[in-house]
Design a protein around this ligand. Structure first.
Ligand SMILES: [Zn+2]
Length: 76
């Protein structure tokens, strides 16, 4: 992964290419870029259900039924 070189001061919110301290106020610098993926992973349930339906993930029949029933309930 490419390391981000742009930094933002946590105190005065100024952007800089410095790595250690803000050149304006001496404040702590932070990475201004938002994370690429949400750690909540809102669609995991759907991804797993699709893989179970397509046979990519092999599970017992009763587990597959439970996964598909849960998916069907979320559409009601
Ligand atoms: Zn600053």
């Amino acid at each position: 992964m490419v390391q981000a070189i742009l930094r933002r001061c946590a105190v005065c919110r100024a952007y800089t290419l410095q790595k250690d301290r803000c050149p304006h106020c001496g404040g702590r610098l932070e990475n201004p870029h938002p994370p690429r993926f949400s750690p909540q992973d809102r669609y995991q349930e759907y991804r797993v259900a699709i893989k179970v339906m397509s046979g990519i993930i092999k599970v017992r029949d009763d587990v597959a039924e439970r996964v598909l029933r849960r998916l069907a309930q979320s559409y009601i």
